[in-house]
Design a binder for this molecule. Structure first.
Ligand code: SAM
Length: 286
């Protein structure tokens, strides 16, 4: 296969609906010399569906470092390899990172063949802000570690997203409800692209209620999206009176001292006072 020799193709596969396979993904899997798959038995179903009869090798988290070195040698010898995981985009909470890093560091080409990804599918239909978000992967396994994780996220002003399994969705929401305000908007995206696809946008309290009482809401695969914390607009600026105190102090001392004293006197946030002081000083120089 002369056109794509010596490259690693990172190929996304469906997350539940076999039709979500791009034309280019099928062509790539047909044409490469070798397909490295997380679970070769699992991927065989997909390959059969698309009439792909290519060679498979296994690359999973337990053999990844060793397998990656062997694949690097094949690429160096001019072979082309496709990397696939069990579902969705490789590397996203799936194996592949050590291999891609090794190949990039060796100066060889890694080519993405994009497609399904549960995270992106969920965000695209959630109706929560997506211009910025953080992806957290799976939540920690123990309740105490999960609570610590939620405590770290609770004040984040931007949308955050995590993956969850059917075994832990209820426990995870219960832990979240102890830390995150119950009126926070969240989206539970379940079984995306499959027969029982469910995307619920509601408060944390209601989501917990539904998952507790509806058995179906604990089945399948989950993406959970949480709205960012709403920041009080008043906390983003200082009052006219505080500004006046700051400007008087600035006449007498350095920015650092004026800000420190103004914070002491007014109780306003140092960061906001500092920004205001800088603005006042630069206005003076205009
Ligand atoms: N690499 C995959 C991707 O691109 O989304 C994710 C693999 S990760 C091992 C599997 C987790 O992704 C599931 O436990 C679930 O949280 C999420 N997931 C995968 N498919 C999903 C689907 N159809 N609906 C909802 N969540 C899904």
């Amino acid at each position: 296969m002369s056109t794509i020799d010596g490259k690693l193709y990172v190929v996304a596969t469906p997350i539940g609906n076999l039709a979500d396979m791009s034309f280019r993904a099928v062509e790539t899997l047909k044409q490469v010399d070798l397909i490295a798959a997380e679970d070769t038995r699992h991927v065989k179903m997909l390959l059969q569906h698309y009439g792909i009869t290519n060679r498979l090798v296994s690359l999973h988290q337990h053999n990844e470092d060793k397998a990656a070195l062997a694949l690097l040698e094949k690429l160096r010898a001019g072979q082309s390899i496709a990397l696939v995981s069990d579902a969705g985009t490789p590397l996203l909470s799936d194996p592949g990172m050590p291999l891609v890093k090794l190949i990039k560091d060796a100066g060889l080409d890694v080519v993405p063949v994009p497609g399904a990804c549960a995270l992106i599918a969920a965000l695209s239909a959630a109706g929560l802000p997506v211009s910025k978000f953080t992806f957290e992967g799976f939540t920690p396994r123990t309740s105490s570690a999960r609570k610590a994780f939620f405590a770290e996220k609770v004040a984040s002003p931007i949308t955050w997203v995590f993956y969850e399994s059917s075994h832990r969705i209820l426990a995870s929401l219960q832990d979240m409800a102890e830390i995150v305000p119950l009126d926070r908007e969240i989206v539970i995206a379940r079984e995306l692209t499959k027969l029982h696809e469910t995307i619920v946008k509601t408060s944390l309290a209601d989501a917990l209620e539904r998952v507790t009482h509806d058995d179906n809401m604990r089945k399948g695969e989950f993406v959970v999206i949480v709205d960012g914390a709403q920041i009080d607009k008043k906390e983003q600026s200082i009052s006219a009176e505080h500004e006046k105190i700051l400007s008087i102090l600035l006449k007498e001392c350095s920015i650092k001292s004026a800000v420190a004293m103004a914070a002491e006197i007014t109780g306003a946030r140092k960061k906001l006072l500092y920004q205001a002081a800088l603005a006042m000083e630069s206005a003076k120089n205009i």
